[in-house]
Design a protein around this ligand. Sequence first.
Ligand SMILES: O=C(O)c1cc(=O)[nH]c(=O)n1[C@@H]1O[C@H](COP(=O)(O)O)[C@@H](O)[C@H]1O
Length: 240
Amino acid sequence: MTTGLIVAIDTPELPQAQAMIGRLRGLGAMPKLGLEFFLAHGPAGVAAAVQGEPFFLDLKLHDIPNTVAGAVRSILPLSPTLLTVHAAGGAALVAAARGAIDSAIAEGGLPAGGHAWPRLLAVTVLTSLDGAALAATGVADQPEAQVRRLAGLALGAGADGLVCSPHEVAMLREAYGADPVLVVPGIRPAGAAPGDQARVMTPREAARAGASWIVVGRPITTAADPEAATQAILDELAAA
Ligand SMILES: O=C(O)c1cc(=O)[nH]c(=O)n1[C@@H]1O[C@H](COP(=O)(O)O)[C@@H](O)[C@H]1O
């Protein structure tokens, strides 16, 4: 399995996002836009930033099923390649998101621009949480056990894949095989500062564990030379 690179473009600035996306695409990395950018610029800003090319829209929807279904319907015209909901919101939330995508497929054929329909990802346990932080939310299990539980729930409700830390990838591949799309943040090249990430590994380790995609933000976007940092990670993935 080859592991792809997603770069988290976490900025509220449109020109900065456009410039960074332009610089990284040529190297073969897929951009991710999240709440910081979306809340500043909305759908029109997303469309302006991605210019019709594949991208990951990471809004981590977490609400009652009816509201999540409506939010997914509002997102679909942007044709993201990947989108996220929180598995912790329950099976009905994930099923509502699945239903919104499936209804759109049934009603309308493929979206404009030759894009595939988005793959629905369920976020399991945020990579910023360690066992103690998870326990403080009332979940006594260690992150791995909670990821396993939420993975079963989300895949059973129709998710195409999961967002998890690199520490759970091998366990999920063993449990669910090659099919689920496993998108893995919490990635730090050797020697890079973890920042607010708690469950981290290197690109090579995540690729060897079986990640479909790794997500890297600050180690690339704050590097003196983002292209060189991107290329170094792509080389590490290719050699993994
Ligand atoms: O869904 C995500 O992408 C995500 C889930 C998660 O558990 N942890 C996590 O860090 N992310 C995202 O991955 C990116 C990681 O950025 P860096 O920590 O700068 O590499 C951020 O955009 C986060 O929003």
